[in-house]
Design a binder for this molecule. Structure first.
Ligand SMILES: *[C@@H]1O[C@H](CO)[C@@H](O)[C@H](O)[C@H]1NC(C)=O
Ligand SMILES: *[C@@H]1O[C@H](CO)[C@@H](O)[C@H](O)[C@H]1NC(C)=O
Ligand SMILES: *[C@@H]1O[C@H](CO)[C@@H](O)[C@H](O)[C@H]1NC(C)=O
Ligand SMILES: [Ca+2]
Ligand SMILES: [Zn+2]
Length: 590
């Protein structure tokens, strides 16, 4: 289907980040599948209000339903200077204070999908408001389709990765951004897998997917985006950040109209009550600012903290899901949607816990029992700082859940030794490091700068490809006995593996939702997740290295084998490494 693929490539390229904000009123960009983005168009809307009201051509009585229809059509005709056949009545009703009519633009008796108008009349039968997105197309395509509904259905199913839901398709015109109007087959497509539910507009002459309506409404979150480290880099308002393949019912519970920071993957609350959540009874907009000069417990900070932690934990759920931390792989969800694994184990995210200070922890019980993430306040600064606003801390903690569940088959018993527990700390830092990349560059990475109020962060060294800046090697472990310090050795190795893979294969900006690319950052996370399930219970560094190399053999036929050996060996974890004695040896064929 050359037309289709060419089209999707074009719409992907046509969207540039820079001009996005000026297009919010007329455009919407949607990720509709792995690596596929569709930008939909809605003609500009004019809106006029008239206070006490304006007379209109059919000023008889707009209150009966026939009256509204006639009055609205004649008003639109005269106000916009269009003929009667261009206006088709859709619906209307009379309320306590006004009567409302909704019309559509039409051509040859076929309505337009995205060129509509609404007229309101007051009790004195005067027009009080008029909104319109009617268009004056420079060309209109023929009103007899030349592409069949069944062909259009195939195109829509393939593009949206779902199935036609048997709702009768309709024929409607669609006003395009280039000033033309095209005839479209309108077909509903749903996906059981992702929960997606779209209306697809397929050009009935060219077969092009022109637009979609997305019926799944989700939510808006003001958060520290996952690619930023902390609140110091600023909050942003994100719309629909969830990945519906990983979270089919989105992040919020669907059982009630009252939405809270409680959903299928996580419950985020403050204090000792799981009911102490942030609640939105009217809209799905979780929009709270943060006052950095105020204490974490002073409004609006608790709400912002709950929303950000909820967002980060769900985001980690979603992208690790894409790479294999799924229901049968022992993940954390209330409802497993019949996909295997043990259910009823969301992550309970407790913020501002008074059980401690200057730390955070994650308790991972076996699959089927909820994980417990506890975040404490940090007291190095005045006011104190809440680690819920430092994404790397939240990601680090969530990674404990991922690694404890995936190593050894969901028993949560297999990262208990000092060496394995040390790597447990390292994986968390390494995954936080991964989430914050915004280009192929691999700058030094410093954990925990915000909570401690110090650019040096909470570890002994930055993670770095420069051995002067981070001299840690496999043999360094011999002098270390604390899991976080041991973890730094592992995280720095993984930082260097990441750099080597990105150097070899490039970098993908869509790695969190598209695990199918060949870029180095995608390869790195696949090997990271795959190796967890491959490695033995309570692995050593040597065994964990072997699991990465085996993961590469399984997934990529071993194409990265020498890159992995060279990088691990550069840190002393070469072929002869044992008992914290370095080896820089690599296989002879590397
Ligand atoms: C709502 O959620 C429940 C359980 O979480 C699920 O069984 C049900 O299918 C969901 N309903 C919809 C419409 O998504
Ligand atoms: C609930 O959260 C608020 C902050 O929104 C906090 O002040 C209060 O102490 C919490 N209640 C309990 C019972 O922990
Ligand atoms: C490594 O870091 C040291 C110390 O900051 C610096 O002098 C050196 O130029 C760096 N090497 C490279 C290759 O960047
Ligand atoms: Ca589970
Ligand atoms: Zn930790």
């Amino acid at each position: 289907m050359p037309t289709f693929h060419k089209f999707l490539t074009t719409i992907l390229l046509a969207v540039t980040y820079a001009d996005a904000s000026s297009r919010y009123a007329t455009h919407r960009r949607r990720d509709i599948g792995p690596g596929v983005t569709l930008e939909t168009y809605h003609p500009p809307t004019i809106y006029e209000t008239y206070g006490d009201g304006m007379d209109h051509p059919a000023a008889k009585s707009a209150s009966g339903s026939d009256g509204i229809e006639e009055a609205a059509i004649s008003f639109v005709q005269s106000h916009l200077g269009v003929d009667q056949a261009s206006v088709s009545f859709k619906s209307g009703f009379t309320g306590e204070a006004a009567s409302h009519a909704y019309v559509k633009q039409a051509h040859n008796g076929i309505p337009f999908a995205n060129a509509v108008a609404n007229v309101a009349f007051n009790k004195a039968d005067k027009v009080v408001a008029f909104g319109s997105s009617f268009v004056k197309p420079r060309s209109i395509s023929g009103s007899q389709p030349t592409i069949s509904v069944s062909r259009a259905t195939q195109i829509a199913e393939e593009a949206l990765n779902g199935k036609f839901n048997e709702k009768s398709p309709t024929l409607e015109y669609f006003a395009k951004e280039d000033g033309t109007a095209v005839l479209t087959h309108v077909i509903e497509i749903q996906s059981e897998d992702t929960g997606a539910w779209y209306e697809a507009f397929v050009d009935a002459h060219s077969g092009e997917l022109v637009s979609v309506t997305d019926f799944v409404s989700s939510a808006t979150w003001r958060v520290v985006p996952i690619w930023k480290q902390s609140i110091l880099e600023g909050l942003e308002l994100l719309v629909d950040p969830e990945d519906l393949l990983a979270s089919p019912n989105a992040w919020l519970s669907n059982s009630t109209n009252i939405k809270t920071t409680s959903g299928n993957n996580a419950i985020t609350y403050i204090g000792n009550s799981q009911g102490n959540v942030t609640t939105q009874s009217t809209t799905n907009t979780f929009d709270y600012l943060y006052n950095i000069g105020g204490e974490p417990a002073a409004s609006p900070n608790p709400d912002c903290a709950r929303v950000n932690a909820f967002y980060v934990v769900n985001t980690v759920h979603d992208f690790t899901y894409r790479y294999g931390f799924t229901e049968p792989a022992f993940n954390f969800q209330v409802n497993n949607f019949g996909k295997g694994g043990s259910a009823n184990d969301p992550v309970l995210v407790q913020l501002q816990s008074t059980a401690g200070t200057n730390n955070a922890n994650f308790a991972t019980p076996p699959d089927g029992s909820p994980g417990q993430l506890r975040m404490y306040l940090w007291t190095y600064t005045t006011p104190r700082r809440d680690s819920a606003l430092e994404n790397d801390i939240v990601v680090h903690e969530m990674t404990h859940g991922v690694t404890n569940r995936m190593t050894g088959g969901g028993t949560a018993r297999c990262l208990q030794t000092t060496e394995a527990g040390g790597m447990g700390e390292g994986w968390g830092d390494a995954l936080a490091d991964w989430t914050e990349k915004t280009s192929a560059a691999v700058p030094d990475y410093v954990m925990g700068q915000y909570v401690i109020g110090d650019a040096g962060g909470i570890r002994t060294h930055p993670y770095s490809t420069n051995a002067t800046i981070n001299p840690l090697r496999y043999s360094s472990i011999a002098a270390l006995n604390e899991v976080h310090n041991i973890g730094e050795v592992w995280a720095n190795m993984l930082h260097n593996v990441y750099a080597a893979l990105v150097t070899a294969h490039g970098w993908s900006a869509t790695s969190r939702t598209n695990p199918d690319g060949s870029e180095g950052n995608i390869v790195w996370l696949h090997l990271f997740i795959d190796a967890l399930a491959l490695q033995p219970c309570n692995p050593t560094f040597v065994q964990a290295r072997d699991a990465w190399i085996q993961a590469d053999a399984n997934r990529y036929g071993g194409v990265n084998r020498c890159i992995l050996w060279r990088t691990f060996a550069s840190k002393g974890l070469g072929q002869g490494a044992a008992n914290f004695r370095d080896s820089t040896t690599i296989p002879a064929d590397c």
